[in-house]
Structure formats: C-alpha cells, structure tokens
Design a protein around this ligand. Structure first.
Ligand code: ATR
Length: 274
C-alpha cells in the first residue's frame, strides 16, 4: 500500500519539505507521498489524533508546533529532550509515536560536508534560542569545542553555556573584539531572515581568513552577516545544507535510507534563488 507522510505548520504554504521528500521518494523508489498540512495551534491535538487514525507513517513539525506537540506523542528521544522541541515524528513497529529532533545533527552534517572533519573549534555560537540549543548539543557530541556563546540577552547565553561542557559566555562587544580567534562561527538568530529583520546580530568583519562562518537562515541565500564575513575572507555557508540534512535524517528515520543531499542542496538553492 502507498505510504504517506506530512509536514504540519502554521503557516505551511512556504514549506519546501514536500518537494524535497517527494523527490527523494521518487529517487529511492519509495512508494509514498508527502503532504503539507495547515494546522492552527488549537487544532493540533485533533490533527495528531487524525494522523494516527488515518495511518500517516511519519511527519515533520514546524513553527509553531515544535514544542506544543510533545504531550501528544508516546515518547521523545534524547535529541528532542535536549531541545525541548520535536521536528520529526516516526512510528515504531508496534505503532508508538516517537518524537525526535534532527535540526542539530542536520547542522553538524552540513558543516562536515562543507568544511570536512578537521575544523573543530573554537566555535562562536550567536543566539541562545531553540536553534542554538540544538546545534550546540549536536556540536558538542560530535567533538567540537570549546564553545563560546553570545546573545543579545547575555543571561540566556550564560544559561545555555552552564548546561554544556567546556563552554564560555561573551558579551556581543567581546565577541566582536575576539572574532579573529574563532575557527567556526554559527549565526542562529532570526536577524537577516527574509529581509524582514534587517541587519546583523553582530559584526563579523574581524573574522580570520579561512574561518568557517555559517548562518542557519537560507532565505535570503546570503544574509548581510554572511556577506560581510565572506568579504572579510571567511568561507561562508548558508542554511540550505542544514535544511536538507535535517530532512535527510527524517527521511532516514522513516525509510532507513540516507538520501542524496548534494543534488538536493543544488535544487533547493535554485528554488530559493528564484
Ligand atoms: P529559535 O527557536 O529559532 O532559536 P527563539 O528561541 O525565539 O527562536 O530564539 C531567537 C534568538 O534570536 C534569540 O537568541 C534572540 O535573542 P534574545 O534571547 O535576546 O531574544 C535572537 N534574536 C531575535 N531577534 C533579535 C534581534 N533583533 N537582535 C539580536 N538577536 C535577536
């Protein structure tokens, strides 16, 4: 029987997950479809019940449901627990719904694909929200470090650093002054997204040549932050790779196949670039 998968969000029309997963289903001869489903917060519980009843094999969860979905699942794994957020749901053979989170590992995979395995740190993390948390835990478990956290609200950076090993806190000014010390810089805030939140969370112009600077935003493909870093000599990486790898990890949970990410990164880059 044909299987089906979905992504739940509000809004959802902009999601690129359907074209990505449908393409991978085709390439891997996995007989399935992937549907975008618009679910408002007050309908979330009903939506989960319906997906269970209708036999949805697995789904992704996006804004604003990543945290709210947790009580409606049977279990969440360690990655989702660290992030207190779920982006992927899969079913065990006995029908249990498990929530996981592939965002952090997706970022690390895209970083490794881009920069290889030799770059390890020091790493500067900009931002201290859910995205920063997931990426920081994934970087730490992959052996990156030391980690330095900076954020507009320094107390939040301090709280996140206190949960990690070998982690430090910097004010935004200190981070700018010490920019030349980092081998990897990861921008996780929403500043620069869709041109709506213009500007940069901090100025990376002091970056050393050849350092890797990543922004998790992929629309626009090059934020002002990445542009300044590139002009200063950094190797810059946008958020397309993280998006594709978080999807690939979800795909793997559902099918046990890790799909082709390189071709997909090219395809999504072309679609975003218009
Ligand atoms: P997400 O789950 O996407 O990480 P979040 O948890 O709301 O979203 O976190 C947003 C991050 O972007 C935070 O680090 C936030 O800084 P504060 O902790 O000071 O709020 C950061 N951020 C959002 N808007 C910002 C802005 N205009 N300037 C600097 N940082 C900003």
């Amino acid at each position: 029987m044909k299987k089906w998968y979905a992504v739940l969000g509000d809004p959802i029309a902009q999601s690129m997950s359907p074209v990505m997963h449908d393409q991978w289903f085709l390439e891997n001869e996995w007989h399935a479809s992937y549907l975008p489903i618009h679910v408002t917060p007050e309908k979330l519980e009903q939506a989960i019940e319906s997906l269970r009843m209708l036999g949805c094999s697995g789904w992704n969860v996006t804004v604003p449901h990543k945290q709210a979905i947790i009580p409606y699942l049977d279990e969440v794994d360690e990655a989702a627990m660290h992030m207190n957020a779920v982006n992927t749901v899969y079913q065990t053979t006995d029908g249990k719904l498990i929530g996981t989170n592939t965002d952090g590992t997706g970022f690390v995979k895209s970083l490794q694909e881009f920069a290889g395995n030799h770059v390890r740190g020091p790493v500067l993390m900009i931002g201290a929200g859910g995205a920063a948390r997931g990426i920081a835990f994934a970087l730490q478990s992959a052996g990156y470090g030391p980690l330095y956290f900076t954020n507009r609200t320094t107390s939040k950076a301090a709280e996140l650093a206190s949960e990690m090993q070998n982690a430090h806190v910097l004010s935004v000014e200190e981070a700018e002054q010490r920019m030349g010390e980092f081998d990897v810089v990861v921008q996780t805030t929403s500043v620069g997204m869709n041109f709506a939140q213009a500007g940069m969370p901090l100025d990376p112009k002091g970056i050393k040549k050849g350092a890797v600077v990543a922004d998790i935003i992929y629309n626009p493909l090059e934020t002002e932050f990445l542009q300044v870093a590139r002009q200063a000599g950094a190797l810059t990486m946008n958020g397309v790779g993280m998006f594709v790898h978080q999807g690939a990890l979800a795909f793997e949970k559902w099918t046990s196949i890790y799909p082709d990410t390189k071709k997909m990164i090219e395809m999504i880059t072309m679609k975003v670039g218009g």
